[in-house]
Design a protein around this ligand. Structure first.
Ligand code: CS2
Length: 489
């Protein structure tokens, strides 16, 4: 079978949407760090939508770890298929906005050269929570992070996004080139502020003159939303059958997409508003709403669902009690903590989330969402719990979500088999908690992770007692039985 490429584009079936601009004329204006499926289903699509208006906003996608994406996309000239799917059907479209793909560990110099190029006016990121090398409970740079220590020692050959950004800014400063705009697109509260804080601190540790330059960089915060499961071989086969050529790495996603961005781009930006991106002065209310409702629910249903044997989010939603649990978590426990958003229909948003989670066409694995819980829980569940405690209000469902994470992260499933836990703290957690079976001691060991829980939650005796009680029930009755207790409440 022929491969998807600029040459084979013309022979695709007529129903497949393709780039409506001359790709040969596209110039790079954006360097994106972390070119995974999420970026290719979200920012790259919004950019593709408006690229015809100004061809200077093409994307150079950088992988900070493996060569897989580059190896898949380069023979395709950067083209890939986006398959948008729900219970009603699918729509396929070829995206052309990614015109170069680089692999940082192979050639950090090429990445730094691209980032320092005056034509690069935006550096955007989807490097996941842990990619910020920060302390999740405080949002400040983890100055003892091994990769941060490496990048301080080797500024010209960095490993982390932080190291690349600061070195590229140093080169721009030295060459008299204005700073690019930083655009964090990760699921962190005030993601622009967190990014700015960690890069400024890192620059300070390198050189105060550089820190002053970095402190002046624009770093708008954004709220990003689209559910993008990891691509499977079955997806590849189905896409090839539909488009008639092979695509080594298509991306499958849902119809819903949302991007809310603070409009602070000193060197300009694509006309993303024409593609439906919402520009606001302050994104924090949107961000809190999305992180607490969508991601807080996602993590809760992923841990409980995984423990109960559900492989996908849709399967987890079908477990008796799950929908009631998640609906109640959002309505009763999360919604009262949210900042007011004038004119926003919160009940409709919650209903839409339940339907999105139930999308039968997406095989979004609970195991995928379960990754990196230590980095996700603080903003998804713990911040909400803090607000509920401060208001003297109950938060049993949120506590159940946190407890399910503990049960999962301990690394042994309900049948006694090991769980492949992916988390920067996995080894530490397993060593500290696997030898224990007393819920009291297990909870105490988890609460000792102050980079996750902070000193306040660790010291909260009532919170601790709720966790112990819930863990006891999870350990003795199992997740299926615990879930069922939520069915008729
Ligand atoms: C998910 C998110 O993997 C996860 O942790 O909760 O990636 C989620 O699908 C997106 O934030 C949806 O916008």
């Amino acid at each position: 079978m022929m491969r998807l490429s600029n040459q084979t584009l013309a022979q695709l079936p007529g129903a497949i949407t393709r780039p409506g601009y001359d790709r040969a004329e596209v110039k790079i204006g954006i360097v994106h760090l972390g070119i995974g499926a999420f970026h290719r289903a979200h920012q790259a699509v919004f950019t593709d939508d408006v690229l015809a208006r100004d061809l200077s906003w093409g994307i150079c996608g950088v992988s900070l770890r493996s060569a897989e994406t580059r190896d898949a996309l380069t023979p395709q000239g950067g083209l890939y298929t986006l398959k948008v799917q729900d219970g009603q059907g699918a729509h396929l479209r070829v995206i052309g906005s990614v015109v170069e793909t680089l692999v940082a560990p192979e050639n950090p110099q090429a990445v730094l050269a691209r980032m320092s190029d005056p034509a690069t006016r935006i550096v955007s990121l989807t490097v996941t929570e842990k990619g910020y090398c920060h302390n999740p409970a405080t949002g400040t740079l983890d100055e003892n992070h091994p990769d941060i220590l490496h990048d301080l020692q080797n500024p010209a050959a960095p490993k982390t996004a932080v190291g690349f950004i600061v070195e590229a800014l140093a080169r721009r400063q030295a060459a008299g080139v204005p700073a690019f705009t930083l655009l964090s697109c990760d699921n962190l509260p005030s993601n622009g502020h967190v990014l700015k804080r960690v890069v400024t601190r890192f620059a300070e540790m390198r050189d105060p003159g550089l820190a002053a330059f970095v402190a002046g960089v624009a770093s708008p915060s954004t709220m990003i939303d689209r559910i993008v499961p990891a691509t499977t071989d079955a997806d590849r086969t189905a896409v090839a059958a539909a488009i008639g050529v092979e695509d080594a790495w298509p991306v499958v996603t849902e119809p819903f997409r949302q991007w809310v961005v603070e409009d602070d781009f000193p060197l300009g930006r694509p006309a993303w508003e024409a593609a439906g991106v919402v520009f606001v002065e302050d994104v924090s209310a949107f961000e809190t709403m999305k992180l607490r409702l969508l991601n807080g629910s996602h993590s809760t249903l992923a841990y409980l669902g995984f423990l109960a044997g559900a492989q996908t989010v849709a399967e987890a939603m079908a477990l008796p009690g799950m929908e009631e649990l998640i609906e109640g978590l959002m309505r009763e426990e999360v919604s009262p903590t949210l900042p007011a958003l004038a004119g926003f229909d919160l009940p409709a948003y919650r209903r839409a989330l339940i339907e999105r989670f139930k999308n039968p066409a997406l095989r979004h694995r609970t195991w995928q969402i379960a990754m990196d819980g230590s980095q996700k829980l603080p903003q998804r569940l713990l911040a909400t719990i803090r607000d509920r405690i401060a208001a003297g209000a109950p938060c049993d469902r949120l506590v159940l979500g946190v407890t399910a994470w503990m049960r999962y992260a301990r690394g042994v499933d309900e049948t006694g088999k090991p769980i492949d836990v992916r988390d920067p703290l996995a080894a530490r957690i397993a060593a500290a908690t696997q030898p224990l079976d007393d819920p009291d001691k297990i909870v105490a060991a988890f609460l000792g992770l102050t980079e996750v829980f902070g000193e306040d939650l660790r010291a909260d005796a009532h919170f601790r007692a709720r966790l112990v009680d819930t863990l006891l029930r999870l350990l003795s009755d199992g997740s299926v039985a615990v879930l069922q207790t939520w069915r008729d409440r």
